[in-house]
Design a protein around this ligand. Structure first.
Ligand code: C5P
Length: 401
C-alpha cells in the first residue's frame, strides 16, 4: 500500500481477546512499508507477550511510562513526535473510556494525550459492551474530537454471542489507515447538506411531520467530511447524535430550513438536499392548543417554498443534488425531477419494505446530465460514501481545476 510506505505507525495494543490479531496487523503494516513501534497496555500483556511484537515489528516494545531505561531509549514525548499516526487495535471499552476523559495512567493513553498525529481506533469487545450507552457516548465524543473509529465488524464473538464488536480484518484496517494520507476528493470545498424531516406546527403541541430519520443525510455529511470537505449540516428534528462536521444548524419547520439553507447556499460549492421537507404547512398556526370539541376538524394547508429549486435558481448556484423518494416509476420520475428543478444530479430511491425512510439500508438510482447509474442495496453509510464519490466526480467534471 503506497500510502503507508515509510510512515511511522505507533500500534497500540490493549487488553482484549482480539489482541492476538494485532500480531497479523503488525506484519501487514511492515509488509506495506510502514515502520512500526508497538505500545502495549499492562492488560494486553496478559493476552500476548511483548516478545511476539518485538519480533514482528523489528523494534523494542514500549510498555512503561515511568521506566527510566525506556524513557531514556525513546521517551513518551519522543514517541508521540515520532508517530505519523497512532493506531489502537484492538481498542477495548476501558481504553476508549480512558481516552475520552484524558487519563494518562500508563504509557499508551499518555502517548495519545501528547500526540498531535491522527489517532485511529479499531474497537473490539463484547456486543453488549459496544452497544452500552456509556461506550457509545465515549465513541461519539472521541469522534467529535477528530479520533477516527474503524468498525467494529459484526459476527460471532469469542464470548459466544453474535453482533457488532469484532475487530475489523487487518486488510480493512490498513486500507482505512492509508486513506489518512490520500488527498480527499472534496478537499478545499465547502459542502452544505440538509437532512431529516421538518415539523409544521398546527398549534403549540401538534405538528405535521414525516417518517424521515435523517440517517442518509447524516451519513452523507460524514462521508463528505471524510472526503476532505468543509461541511455544514442543516438538520430537522432527528434522534441521531450530531456528526463530527464543521457546523450543525438545527431547524424545525420548512420555512426555518429554507432560511438556514439560503443563507449559506451561495458560499458553498455543493448543496445536497437530503431532507424530507414538508410540501404543505398549516396556513395558520393556532396560538393555543385547539380543544377537541368539534366532531370534525378541517385544516387548511399552504404549499411550502421549494428549497432545492430556490438554490438551483440562484445567480451563481452551487452544484445542486436532490433526492427523490418514489413508490413507483422511480427512474422516470427521477429524470423528470432533475430537469424540472434544474438540478445537477438526482439520487432516487424506492420507498417501501425495509428501504427508504427510517431504514438502515437503501438502494439508489442516480442520474445527471448525460449519465445515470444504480447503486445496489447497501447500508446507508456505504451508500453515502459511494454517492459522495460520484458527486465529487461529477463536480470536478463540471469544474475542471
Ligand atoms: O419534489 P419532491 O419533494 O419529490 O423533491 C424531493 C427533493 O426536493 C428533495 O431533495 C428535497 O430535499 C427537496 N425539497 C426541497 N424543498 C421542498 C420540498 C422538497 O428542497 N419544499
Amino acid at each position: 500500500m503506497a500510502n503507508l510506505a515509510d510512515k511511522h505507525i505507533v500500534l497500540g495494543v490493549t487488553g482484549g481477546i482480539a489482541a492476538y490479531k494485532a500480531a497479523e496487523l503488525t506484519r501487514a503494516l511492515r509488509r506495506s512499508g510502514a515502520q512500526v513501534r508497538v505500545v502495549m497496555t499492562r492488560a494486553a500483556t496478559a493476552f500476548v507477550t511483548p516478545l511476539t511484537f518485538q519480533a514482528l515489528s523489528g523494534n523494542p516494545v514500549h510498555l512503561e511510562l515511568l521506566d527510566p531505561a525506556e524513557e531514556q531509549a525513546m521517551g513518551h514525548i519522543d514517541l508521540a513526535r515520532w508517530a505519523d499516526a497512532i493506531l489502537v487495535a484492538p481498542a477495548t471499552a476501558d481504553f476508549i473510556a480512558r481516552l475520552r476523559i484524558g487519563l494518562a495512567d500508563e504509557l499508551l493513553p499518555a502517548l495519545c494525550l501528547a500526540a498531535t498525529a491522527p489517532i485511529v481506533l479499531a474497537p473490539a469487545m463484547n456486543r453488549a459492551m459496544w452497544e452500552n450507552r456509556a461506550t457509545q457516548a465515549n465513541v461519539r465524543a472521541l469522534e467529535r474530537r477528530g479520533v477516527r473509529i474503524l468498525g467494529p465488524a459484526e459476527g460471532e464473538q469469542a464470548c459466544g454471542e453474535s453482533g457488532p464488536g469484532r475487530l475489523l480484518e487487518p486488510a480493512a484496517i490498513l486500507a482505512a489507515l492509508a486513506q489518512l494520507w490520500e488527498p480527499g476528493r472534496l478537499a478545499g470545498l465547502s459542502v452544505l447538506i440538509s437532512a431529516g424531516p421538518t415539523r409544521e406546527a398546527i398549534d403549540p403541541v401538534r405538528y405535521i411531520g414525516n417518517r424521515s430519520s435523517g440517517k442518509m443525510g447524516y451519513a452523507l455529511a460524514e462521508a463528505a467530511k471524510a472526503a476532505g470537505a468543509q461541511v455544514s449540516l442543516v438538520s430537522g428534528p432527528v434522534a441521531l447524535p450530531p456528526p463530527a462536521v464543521d457546523e450543525v444548524v438545527r431547524v424545525e419547520s420548512a420555512a426555518d430550513m429554507y432560511r438556514a439553507v439560503l443563507e449559506r447556499a451561495e458560499r458553498c460549492a455543493i448543496y445536497i438536499g437530503a431532507a424530507a421537507v414538508a410540501d404543505y404547512t398549516p396556513t395558520a398556526t393556532a396560538p393555543r392548543k385547539v380543544k377537541k370539541t368539534a366532531a370534525q376538524w378541517t385544516l387548511t394547508l399552504t404549499r411550502t417554498q421549494d428549497i432545492l429549486s430556490a438554490v438551483a435558481a440562484l445567480p451563481n448556484p452551487p452544484f445542486t443534488v436532490g433526492f427523490a423518494a418514489e413508490t413507483e416509476q422511480v427512474e422516470e420520475y427521477a429524470r423528470q425531477k432533475r430537469l424540472a428543478k434544474g438540478l445537477d444530479l438526482v439520487a432516487a430511491n424506492r420507498v417501501g419494505a425495509g428501504q427508504g425512510f427510517d431504514a438502515d439500508d437503501n438502494a439508489l438510482f442516480v442520474c445527471w446530465s448525460g449519465g445515470e447509474t444504480s447503486l445496489p442495496l447497501a447500508p446507508k453509510k456505504i451508500l453515502a460514501a459511494q454517492l459522495i464519490a460520484l458527486i465529487a466526480e461529477r463536480y470536478h467534471g463540471q469544474n475542471p481545476a
